[in-house]
Design a protein around this ligand. Sequence first.
Ligand SMILES: Cc1cc2nc3c(=O)[nH]c(=O)nc-3n(C[C@H](O)[C@H](O)[C@H](O)COP(=O)(O)OP(=O)(O)OC[C@H]3O[C@@H](n4cnc5c(N)ncnc54)[C@H](O)[C@@H]3O)c2cc1C
Length: 120
Amino acid sequence: MDKFDLIVIGSGAGMHIVSSSIGEGMRLALVERGPLGGTCLNNGCIPSKILIYPADVIRAIQASKSIGVDASITGIDFPRIMKRMRSVVESGRKKLERSIESEKKSLCTEVVQSSPITIH
Ligand SMILES: Cc1cc2nc3c(=O)[nH]c(=O)nc-3n(C[C@H](O)[C@H](O)[C@H](O)COP(=O)(O)OP(=O)(O)OC[C@H]3O[C@@H](n4cnc5c(N)ncnc54)[C@H](O)[C@@H]3O)c2cc1C
Protein backbone atom coordinates (compact mmCIF):
# COMPACT_ATOMS: atom_id res chain seq x y z
CA MET A 1 0.00 0.00 0.00
CA ASP A 2 1.34 3.42 -0.95
CA LYS A 3 1.71 5.85 1.94
CA PHE A 4 1.57 9.63 1.65
CA ASP A 5 1.94 12.52 4.10
CA LEU A 6 -0.63 14.54 2.21
CA ILE A 7 -3.28 13.58 -0.33
CA VAL A 8 -4.84 16.37 -2.37
CA ILE A 9 -8.02 15.41 -4.22
CA GLY A 10 -8.67 17.63 -7.22
CA SER A 11 -6.29 19.83 -9.18
CA GLY A 12 -8.38 23.01 -9.23
CA ALA A 13 -7.86 25.08 -6.09
CA GLY A 14 -6.11 21.94 -4.78
CA MET A 15 -3.09 22.95 -6.88
CA HIS A 16 -2.45 25.80 -4.42
CA ILE A 17 -2.00 23.20 -1.66
CA VAL A 18 0.28 21.19 -3.96
CA SER A 19 2.38 24.29 -4.77
CA SER A 20 2.72 25.39 -1.16
CA SER A 21 3.70 21.87 -0.04
CA ILE A 22 6.44 21.44 -2.59
CA GLY A 23 9.87 21.44 -1.02
CA GLU A 24 8.49 20.58 2.43
CA GLY A 25 9.85 17.07 2.17
CA MET A 26 6.44 15.48 2.19
CA ARG A 27 5.34 12.61 0.02
CA LEU A 28 2.37 14.10 -1.68
CA ALA A 29 -0.32 12.51 -3.83
CA LEU A 30 -2.44 14.54 -6.18
CA VAL A 31 -5.54 12.63 -7.24
CA GLU A 32 -7.37 13.89 -10.29
CA ARG A 33 -9.97 12.03 -12.29
CA GLY A 34 -10.29 14.66 -14.99
CA PRO A 35 -8.01 17.07 -16.82
CA LEU A 36 -5.50 18.97 -14.71
CA GLY A 37 -6.59 22.44 -13.66
CA GLY A 38 -10.13 21.72 -12.54
CA THR A 39 -13.23 23.65 -13.53
CA CYS A 40 -11.71 27.15 -13.63
CA LEU A 41 -9.11 26.30 -16.26
CA ASN A 42 -11.01 23.68 -18.26
CA ASN A 43 -14.68 24.67 -18.23
CA GLY A 44 -15.11 27.73 -16.04
CA CYS A 45 -13.47 31.10 -15.50
CA ILE A 46 -10.86 31.00 -18.23
CA PRO A 47 -12.76 29.60 -21.25
CA SER A 48 -15.88 31.59 -20.36
CA LYS A 49 -13.98 34.91 -20.25
CA ILE A 50 -12.24 34.14 -23.54
CA LEU A 51 -15.68 33.65 -25.13
CA ILE A 52 -17.33 36.58 -23.35
CA TYR A 53 -14.66 39.07 -24.45
CA PRO A 54 -15.43 38.85 -28.21
CA ALA A 55 -19.15 39.10 -27.34
CA ASP A 56 -18.38 42.30 -25.40
CA VAL A 57 -16.42 43.66 -28.38
CA ILE A 58 -19.36 42.88 -30.70
CA ARG A 59 -21.78 44.65 -28.32
CA ALA A 60 -19.45 47.67 -28.05
CA ILE A 61 -19.23 47.97 -31.85
CA GLN A 62 -23.01 47.62 -32.16
CA ALA A 63 -23.47 50.41 -29.61
CA SER A 64 -20.68 52.62 -30.96
CA LYS A 65 -22.91 54.82 -33.16
CA SER A 66 -24.58 56.20 -30.04
CA ILE A 67 -21.24 57.64 -28.90
CA GLY A 68 -20.30 59.05 -32.30
CA VAL A 69 -18.18 56.18 -33.62
CA ASP A 70 -19.24 54.82 -36.99
CA ALA A 71 -18.05 51.20 -36.93
CA SER A 72 -19.52 48.02 -38.28
CA ILE A 73 -18.93 44.29 -38.03
CA THR A 74 -18.10 42.69 -41.35
CA GLY A 75 -17.74 39.15 -40.09
CA ILE A 76 -17.45 36.97 -37.01
CA ASP A 77 -15.09 34.02 -37.25
CA PHE A 78 -16.65 31.80 -34.60
CA PRO A 79 -14.41 28.76 -35.29
CA ARG A 80 -11.41 31.05 -34.70
CA ILE A 81 -12.88 32.30 -31.42
CA MET A 82 -13.36 28.69 -30.28
CA LYS A 83 -9.89 27.70 -31.47
CA ARG A 84 -8.29 30.52 -29.47
CA MET A 85 -10.24 29.51 -26.36
CA ARG A 86 -9.18 25.86 -26.70
CA SER A 87 -5.57 26.84 -27.32
CA VAL A 88 -5.38 29.00 -24.15
CA VAL A 89 -6.98 26.22 -22.05
CA GLU A 90 -4.66 23.60 -23.51
CA SER A 91 -1.53 25.68 -22.96
CA GLY A 92 -2.57 26.29 -19.32
CA ARG A 93 -3.07 22.56 -18.85
CA LYS A 94 0.28 21.75 -20.45
CA LYS A 95 1.99 24.28 -18.18
CA LEU A 96 0.52 22.50 -15.15
CA GLU A 97 1.54 19.11 -16.53
CA ARG A 98 5.09 20.35 -17.09
CA SER A 99 5.33 21.84 -13.60
CA ILE A 100 4.14 18.56 -12.06
CA GLU A 101 6.63 16.60 -14.14
CA SER A 102 9.50 18.86 -13.06
CA GLU A 103 8.49 18.66 -9.37
CA LYS A 104 8.46 14.87 -9.62
CA LYS A 105 12.06 14.88 -10.84
CA SER A 106 13.71 17.67 -8.88
CA LEU A 107 12.11 17.87 -5.44
CA CYS A 108 11.59 15.40 -2.64
CA THR A 109 7.87 15.75 -3.13
CA GLU A 110 6.31 13.04 -5.18
CA VAL A 111 3.18 13.93 -7.08
CA VAL A 112 1.08 11.13 -8.45
CA GLN A 113 -1.90 11.55 -10.67
CA SER A 114 -4.12 8.51 -10.56
CA SER A 115 -7.68 7.47 -10.32
CA PRO A 116 -9.45 5.58 -8.87
CA ILE A 117 -7.67 5.11 -5.54
CA THR A 118 -8.74 3.81 -2.17
CA ILE A 119 -7.69 5.86 0.83
CA HIS A 120 -7.34 3.82 4.05
C1 LIG B 1 -18.76 28.83 -16.59
C2 LIG B 1 -18.08 29.15 -15.28
C3 LIG B 1 -17.43 30.38 -15.12
C4 LIG B 1 -16.79 30.67 -13.92
N1 LIG B 1 -16.17 31.88 -13.79
C5 LIG B 1 -15.57 32.19 -12.63
C6 LIG B 1 -14.90 33.44 -12.47
O1 LIG B 1 -14.86 34.26 -13.38
N2 LIG B 1 -14.30 33.70 -11.29
C7 LIG B 1 -14.31 32.79 -10.25
O2 LIG B 1 -13.78 33.10 -9.19
N3 LIG B 1 -14.92 31.61 -10.38
C8 LIG B 1 -15.54 31.28 -11.53
N4 LIG B 1 -16.14 30.05 -11.66
C9 LIG B 1 -16.12 29.14 -10.52
C10 LIG B 1 -14.79 28.41 -10.41
O3 LIG B 1 -14.52 27.67 -11.59
C11 LIG B 1 -14.88 27.46 -9.21
O4 LIG B 1 -15.22 28.22 -8.07
C12 LIG B 1 -13.59 26.77 -8.96
O5 LIG B 1 -13.17 26.06 -10.10
C13 LIG B 1 -13.76 25.83 -7.77
O6 LIG B 1 -12.51 25.24 -7.53
P1 LIG B 1 -12.43 23.85 -6.83
O7 LIG B 1 -10.99 23.48 -6.75
O8 LIG B 1 -13.22 23.88 -5.57
O9 LIG B 1 -13.20 22.84 -7.79
P2 LIG B 1 -12.82 22.37 -9.31
O10 LIG B 1 -12.05 23.45 -9.98
O11 LIG B 1 -14.07 21.90 -9.86
O12 LIG B 1 -11.80 21.21 -9.02
C14 LIG B 1 -12.21 19.97 -8.52
C15 LIG B 1 -11.36 18.92 -9.22
O13 LIG B 1 -11.48 17.73 -8.46
C16 LIG B 1 -11.63 16.65 -9.34
N5 LIG B 1 -12.36 15.65 -8.56
C17 LIG B 1 -13.56 15.82 -7.95
N6 LIG B 1 -13.89 14.70 -7.31
C18 LIG B 1 -12.88 13.81 -7.52
C19 LIG B 1 -12.67 12.45 -7.13
N7 LIG B 1 -13.55 11.80 -6.36
N8 LIG B 1 -11.54 11.82 -7.54
C20 LIG B 1 -10.62 12.49 -8.33
N9 LIG B 1 -10.79 13.78 -8.71
C21 LIG B 1 -11.90 14.42 -8.33
C22 LIG B 1 -12.39 17.18 -10.53
O14 LIG B 1 -12.12 16.41 -11.68
C23 LIG B 1 -11.84 18.59 -10.63
O15 LIG B 1 -10.74 18.67 -11.51
C24 LIG B 1 -16.77 29.71 -12.85
C25 LIG B 1 -17.40 28.46 -13.02
C26 LIG B 1 -18.04 28.18 -14.21
C27 LIG B 1 -18.71 26.82 -14.39
